[in-house]
Design a protein around this ligand. Structure first.
Ligand SMILES: [Zn+2]
Length: 450
């Protein structure tokens, strides 16, 4: 059952009758969810323009002068700059994407684009990826503008199109065509990180993303000899391709403990007071519950076959067969990955790139990381921020091209039973309202200390 909380739906009024970041964050999130920004990856995405205008309106209300950039029809992103107390200091970028992956309403308990509140959560496509962070950013910025609290240094805000299809029409476009927008920016926060993993009653880890695997999406092709299906044929493209694809699909790339994964394991063994053996990762993963699927994929390179194509009639041997593979490699291991791929696939396979983007990695240290730790600790005494590597990709790949140090820090305190990692692109995506309010408080403290 759905229910609408009247105190939240109408007035956006907090305690004492004042509108605050905390009091309006859930409504901002719901309104963003109601703008259907489904990104089908085929160039369509008309909802992004409406989202860009919505965001610009919310920022302009308190005196900012946001700019909207359209890379193609309807593919719009919004950027604004907030002047800080000390303009001589380098700027901080806070970025979020406004597009979402599509959702099939029949599969959902509450309509994915209704933005309903039920069971203490805001439900809908984008509730965790990542209209939650978009709403938290808007709420905090609006509150600071409303109450006249300048950040210590310049902050650039970017609300971006097209992240879910590689960011070509969003972050990549802005970085390539309008790099001046990010003049002086040295550090950035965005998805995917800052969410909690409760270890026990004395310890809650908050996973801050400091690295991302690189992506290499490929098409594999085998050319064979076409002919009649009734005759002998020792050069069948389908047979050759399937053997290679099956070899790759079964192949286990070796465990490689990269800097950020090593750091994560060190922090975890320190926090738990136990030794963790990187050679025995299966037993490490068993201890990680719902986040095991996040961490497990960052221990090695992977190459998953995802599409197959060949043939058009049952009695015709086709001259060609193709497959698509989603390849992901760890920071620093691109060459090793490519060489191993070719070795496993063998000489008959022609390999082409469909889409590729870099791996990123930064150290988990410095004043900005301390600001994250302090802000989390102030709102959750048992908080401990730890770095981790993300197996997927985000707009951080684009911004790292400008030399910006990128962190995934979208703070959320979550109930232990919620399968947070499973909700990314999943069914019944939802975020606790009190988690959003927590995020607003943490981000506000973080900005004070940034
Ligand atoms: Zn996302």
């Amino acid at each position: 059952m759905s229910e609408t909380n009247p105190s939240r739906s109408g007035g956006q009024v907090g305690q004492g009758g004042q509108v605050t970041g905390e009091s309006e964050v859930a409504d901002l999130c719901r309104e963003l969810i109601r703008i259907d920004t489904s990104n089908y990856g085929d160039g369509s995405g008309p909802g992004e323009r409406a989202a860009a205008e919505y965001v610009a309106g919310k920022l302009a209300e308190f005196g900012l002068e946001p700019q909207i950039f359209e890379s193609a029809k309807g593919r719009a992103s919004t950027v604004a700059r907030i002047a800080g107390e000390d303009p001589s200091r380098p700027a901080l970028l806070i970025h979020g994407h406004t597009d979402v992956v599509p959702a099939n309403a029949d599969d959902w308990t509450h309509h994915p684009f209704a933005g309903e509140i039920a069971d203490g959560c805001v439900w809908g496509r984008g509730a965790v990826d990542m209209k939650d962070m978009d709403a938290m950013t808007l709420a905090v910025v609006r509150d600071r503008l409303r109450t006249g609290r300048k950040p210590p240094r310049d902050i650039v805000l970017a609300f971006l199109a097209d992240e879910e299809a590689g960011g070509v029409y969003g972050a990549h476009h802005l970085v390539d065509k309008h790099p001046g927008l990010f003049e002086g920016v040295t550090e950035a926060i965005g998805e995917v990180g800052g969410f909690s993993f409760t270890v026990n009653e004395n310890l809650r880890l908050y996973l801050v993303e400091t690295a991302e695997k690189g992506m290499h999406w490929m098409r594999l092709t085998v050319d064979g000899t076409a002919g009649h299906g009734s005759m002998t044929n020792n050069d069948n493209a389908i047979t050759e391709l399937c053997e290679a694809v099956a070899r790759l699909g079964r192949h286990r790339f070796p465990v490689r403990v990269t800097k950020s994964v090593r750091h994560f394991l060190d922090e975890l063994s320190d926090a738990l007071g136990i030794e963790l053996d990187p050679e025995d990762m299966d037993s490490v993963l068993e201890r990680l519950g719902g986040i095991a699927k996040l961490i497990g994929a960052t221990l090695r390179n992977t190459a998953q076959p995802t599409m197959l194509g060949a043939g058009y009639k049952v009695n015709v041997v086709p001259g060609q067969a193709t497959a698509h593979v989603d390849g992901r490699y760890l920071p620093g291991l691109k060459d090793e990955f490519e060489a191993e791929l070719d070795r496993v696939l063998g000489p008959r396979i022609r390999r082409e790139t469909v889409h590729a983007d870099r791996a990123v990695e930064t150290d988990f240290d410095g004043a900005l990381v301390e600001a994250m730790q302090l802000a989390l600790k102030a709102e959750d005494p048992i908080a401990r921020a730890v770095p981790y590597c993300l197996s997927g990709g985000t707009d951080a790949k684009s911004f790292s091209e400008l030399g910006i140090r990128c962190f995934g820090f979208a703070p959320l305190r979550l109930p232990p039973e919620l399968d947070f990692a499973g909700m990314f692109h999943g069914v019944d995506e939802r975020v606790p309202v009190d988690g959003l309010e927590f995020g607003v408080r943490v981000l506000d403290r973080f900005i004070d200390a940034c």
